[in-house]
Design a protein. Sequence first.
Length: 367
Amino acid sequence: MRLNKIEIWDLKIPFRDGPYKMSHVVQETTFGQVLCLHTDEGICGLGEVVPAPALDPKERLAHYSETATLLPELIGQSEDQLHALIEQIQKKDPSWNGIAFGLETAYYDLLARQSGLPFADMLGGALDTSIDDYFSISEKQSDCVRQRVSMAGPQRNVIQLKVGVYSLQHELGLIKTALDLMQDSQTLLVDANGGWSFAQASEAIREIKDPRLIWEEPCGLYEENRELIEAFDTPLLLDGQTSTDFDTARRAIDDRMAFGICIKPALIGGLSTACQVRDLCTGAGMKMRIDGPWCGDIASAAIVNLAIGASPDLLIAGCDLREPLSLKPDLNGLTHTTPTRISPSFPYGFAVDRVREQLGPAEMVWT
């Protein structure tokens, strides 16, 4: 099997309801690229490049340009050379992780189609057919929080509320507003994206004690979050460093102090690295949430394929990473099996024809 054609489409998807605010970044649009790798056997593999939300636009475009000089060299080469390029990019600094993820997704898609096996089998196999879809809220006003909690519905197992953006007292009010509308069986992830100081996080944990609460990445440093766990013996979900760095993720698993960690394939350097972290969590009996930055259908489907291979009793939730975005382009990557559970639409590969239908001619083509 040798590559004989490579196509790239630029992907630009605005947020449906205006800017999405997190502690360190405000997103109005997600940017990425769709890759299609063709072989001389008539097989093609799709992937989606997902840059980190905080990546500087100039750096993102510079990475695209450098990648565009590397890809033509793959024409006429086998999948082994493709895999070698992916490993080469994975050794670069973390700003390249989204490109490594996109190429590796296309690589696994090629292998799945060639072998006639489900995509999830390339990642160790599936233990479930669908996963819980958590619902994320990023709002300033209490009325808007109420609307979003109502939209999530009482049947939703996990809801996430973004904080670390406004004053602490205001955000404590938003947390209470959300909890007032939630059922006893529901879980609220309060996600500061590392935007709180240790003092702010301590005040929040002292102020609100509720068994439905899990504090997600209150502080930006691993040691600060570890100190919070020791000081308050409260459930804490680690993100940030553990979702972008394999060694920190492994350290968190070995420490076995946190309630769980987040695994984000697009930020940690690809599906293979994320798969290692998932399996380490399984071995340690640690809870995990598998998702990523907001992105398009192909990346969302790849990430859910990883999540359905997690032990169901350890998986906190996954996420429909298209939820706050505009519905176009719609590449039909995920299916809602119920209003609150999601699964990949195409277990045996992504919809190539739909890419052409929705995105039109490719921006770059090499043969």
